[in-house]
Write a protein that binds this ligand. Structure first.
Ligand code: F6R
Length: 238
């Protein structure tokens, strides 16, 4: 695992974009795995900025997102579908027919999503990390063999995400559909970005801890091509 420690969030976003640009310019038809949450917003801004400068095009790019809440409408302001459109897709030249997010709550929805991904293979998977070391919405205890599945969100995650729902935990969906850990591990390259002291324990567990399902991100120690880009606060326990 390659670890890049940056001074702050702005630098994390710029370093992450360097990795993204290298992949984007390495071949004609790139498949990206994308994340939501606060952390990738700076990376997405860098992508939009460089696209507007005419340096990169997403015309032939296909994207798969990690996850989506269960039980909220796609057009809800806090759905991940809305998040991706407002934070990235509206600002680049991607064909929205090629921007694919999981949706639904049945085993068939999960199998269909998995099948749509296995038709191609993800060149670069962008990940954030939860304070409890979740990746995607794979909470501690999720099997390393998991494929796309329906997840019950843990209280810690609901609490973390309440900031997007008027700080009201009762408004946060309690379930999500998420790529599984085995799905994530199939990506050719992974970049995990983290910022802030509240991620320091999770980052430590991911990099230096035992590889255990109690710390979902620790499985990334077994992936051949992972780049971790963190700020000093998130790296403080390494
Ligand atoms: C989002 C996702 C989550 C987040 C994680 C960190 O698609 O899969 O694993 O990456 O919860 O979220 P932030 O970046 O908001 O701290």
């Amino acid at each position: 695992m390659k670890v890049i420690v940056c001074k702050d969030y702005a630098e994390v976003s710029k370093e992450a974009y360097k990795v993204m640009k290298e992949v984007m310019t390495s071949k004609e038809e790139v498949v990206l795995g994308l994340a939501t949450g606060s952390t990738p917003i700076g990376l997405y801004q860098e992508m939009a900025k460089d696209y507007k400068a005419g340096n990169v095009s997403y015309k032939n790019t296909k994207t798969f997102n990690l996850d989506e809440y269960v039980g909220i409408d796609r057009n809800h302001p806090e759905s991940y579908y809305t998040f991706m459109n407002t934070n990235l897709f509206e600002h680049i030249d991607i064909d929205t027919n090629n921007t694919i997010l999981p949706y639904g709550d049945t085993a068939k929805d999960c199998a269909d999503y998995e099948a749509s991904m296995s038709a191609c293979s993800i060149d670069l998977q962008v990940l954030g990390i939860g304070g409890n070391a979740h990746i995607g919405f794979n909470e501690p205890g999720t099997s390393f063999d998991s494929l796309t599945h329906i997840v019950d969100l843990q209280e810690a995650t609901i609490k973390d995400n309440a900031r997007f729902f008027d700080n009201d935990m009762s408004k946060v969906p309690t379930q999500a559909i998420s790529m599984g850990i085995a799905t994530i591990m199939k990506s050719k390259k992974v970049i995990l970005i983290a910022s802030g002291a509240n991620k320091a324990d999770a980052v430590y567990g991911m990099v230096k801890g035992e590889i255990t399902e109690v710390v979902p991100a620790s499985i990334l120690q077994n992936h051949a091509d992972v780049i971790l880009v963190v700020d000093e606060a998130a790296a403080s326990k390494l």
